[in-house]
Design a protein. Sequence first.
Length: 285
Amino acid sequence: MAINYDKLMAWPFEDVRHRYTQRDTMLYALGIGLGVDPTDEAQLRFVYEKNLVALPTLPVVLGYPGMWLKDPATGIDWVRLVHGEQGLRLHRPVPPEGEVIGRTRVTGIVDKGPGKGALIYTERTVLDAASGKLLATLTSTTFCRADGGFGGPAGPVKAAHELPERASDHGVDFATQPCAALVYRLSGDYNPLHAEPAVARAASFERPILHGLATYGIAGWAITQSVCGGDPAAVQSIDVRFSAPVYPGETIRTEIWIEGKVVSFRARAIERDIVVLNNGRAELR
């Protein structure tokens, strides 16, 4: 079954009303990997209810529509899809608890051609359920590796942010845990690619991989700590391209360039010396 362009562009998402608690905020931070050192006060404030604050990347798990691409009616081979890009713009600081409404829509589909896959662009707005005020806008690109050649448009394709051609200003190392994907998935992304060895092998990975959004959260943490003095409210946006999978247990080094209020970044899995996040761009308030 191939992608039906018109059907997918008009995919009928329902609003997702999502009440999240301080426990959910702490679980998300634990899924990113914070709290491994319980004496680290900088991490403790994100995983302990006393004076709890939320990571700036928390909205990626708020109002999430679930694994909708797994629906057979999409025509997509969901086993072989991967997260291609993620964007987040914060319109106000993220509270550590509350109730939100998530509204998702497909904004574009690109056919890269037979054997080259397809790109699906989506947008999700996250609104405070009580006031209706916009909390965050998220954009996402899904790379459907097995679904090119359905006769759809060949563009436009989102341009990548170019990194500075000089040595980075900061390098922040973060050791992920072997169980990282099993913890992160409890925040709502239950794709078995991150848990079942057989599914991972079917998708051509040697073992279950870490969620791209977990690596994204690690980079957001690195920026918050190294550039923002630990203040998550100082982050306004974070956009990145996923370039390679991370295996739980690897060490992620986030390389950061500062140019005024624009922060460029990429992340590397040190053990394999491979870039896993690339063309990253963040904006500060």
